[in-house]
Write a protein that binds this ligand. Structure first.
Ligand SMILES: Nc1ncnc2c1ncn2[C@@H]1O[C@H](COP(=O)(O)OP(=O)(O)OP(=O)(O)O)[C@@H](O)[C@H]1O
Length: 346
């Protein structure tokens, strides 16, 4: 049975009045027979965003990306890229001329070198076989840090190098927007770091990037904005910083359990008003490595910012309850998802 719908607050803020929208979906929907894989999805991506389309397996990420690229037709709704309607005849080609994408595993010739493979891609993309194209090939090899491995045959590349060559191929025609479906899938940790670094580097060159993932911890470090989807529906969209700061907590440990319980009771029974922000005090288990307090022991967690820590400390101290330690608990996207949906992502 479906979870009851949760009331999700809106978090999205336009970075500035003039921020250019590079990609927009409006009520985008895809049904396969009676099954709705993508359900009225409306998202917006601004120029310069590294935008994460996040959700559990089967939540509709690939289906969405395939619609963004015009590979499948939406049942309803609209996609526009750089203001071109992706499903309107000529406009599709005008839009896609500015887009680079890796959706399925890229196919390269195993016994050709990285550079030779890029020459093949350029020919296939009808780029002239001239000095300018050769120069561009060298540029993109440099950009993805494969210049020194360009003469190695493809089948000897590591998975990370293969992924970087695929990115190099998408960059050949100077795209303004790159769309990547699960770019870190199957990579070892070093490969993940590699690809993440490259995404950041490309964003610094002014390229907007949309990527999908179910690995929230990998994505948190690279994305500026995210959309979290579940069962094809948008749960939340916004800047990573805004989403996470909204869930900031402080964690207080006490020298003895009795003080902890007194503190919790006090915070819960305070009259409302100025103390409203203290209402969410609760006793939680210490997570592994989260504090000098041993894991498994109890601490008091309050949903508030670190700026409030001094007031909490004074408030408790005035009532004879002295804390041993107060620190900030940073929320991860993984925890955010759990709190949003009541379920872990996996
Ligand atoms: N051609 C199709 N016919 C029927 N159902 C489909 C088709 N393509 C996708 N689906 C279903 O739509 C849902 C969303 O699939 P999709 O591949 O978009 O999810 P995803 O979020 O990309 O998942 P993953 O992270 O596993 O790649 C799944 O339940 C899938 O089985």
């Amino acid at each position: 049975m479906d979870d009851p719908p949760k009331k999700i607050p809106s978090h999205d803020k336009r970075p500035s009045e003039h921020a250019e929208i590079v990609l927009r979906t409006e009520d985008l929907t895809k049904r396969f027979d009676t099954f709705t894989a993508v359900d009225q999805l409306s998202i917006e991506m601004y120029r310069g965003d590294v935008y994460g389309l996040l959700g559990p397996n089967g939540s509709g990420k690939t289906t969405t990306i395939r619609m963004l690229l015009g590979l499948i037709h939406p049942t309803a709704g609209r996609v526009s890229i750089l203001n071109y309607d992706i499903n309107a005849g000529k406009q599709r080609y005008q839009a896609l001329g500015h887009v680079g994408a890796i959706v399925e595993e890229p196919v390269f010739y195993p016994f050709l070198t990285g550079r030779e493979n890029l020459r093949g891609v350029a020919t296939f993309a009808c780029m002239a076989a001239n000095a300018a194209t050769n120069e561009r090939i060298e540029e993109v090899l440099e950009l993805v840090d494969l210049a020194t491995s360009a003469n190695i045959v493809y089948h000897k590349y590591s998975l990370g190098m293969k992924q970087r060559l695929a990115l190099a191929a998408t960059l050949l025609h100077y795209p303004q927007l790159i769309i990547l479906d699960e770019p870190t899938n199957g990579l070892d940790p070093a490969g993940v770091v590699d690809v993440r670094g490259l995404i950041t580097h490309l964003a610094q060159q002014g390229i907007s990037i949309l990527l999908s993932s179910h690995q929230l911890h990998e994505i948190q470090q690279v994305c500026s904005r995210v959309a979290i989807i579940k069962r094809g529906k948008l749960l939340v969209q916004g800047s990573v910083q805004d989403l996470l700061s909204e869930k900031q907590c402080i964690v207080i440990s006490f020298p003895e359990p009795a003080l902890l319980e007194r503190a919790e009771l006090l915070l819960h029974t305070q009259p409302q008003g100025d103390m409203l922000w203290m209402r969410n005090a609760r006793i939680v288990d210490v997570e592994q490595g989260a504090s000098w307090t041993p894991p498994g022991e109890k601490v008091l967690e309050i949903e508030t910012t670190m700026e409030r820590a001094a007031s909490v400390n004074t408030f408790l101290g005035e009532r004879g309850i002295y804390a041993a330690e107060i620190r900030r608990r940073d929320t991860s996207l993984e925890q955010y998802f759990l709190e949003l949906t009541g379920q872990p992502l996996h």
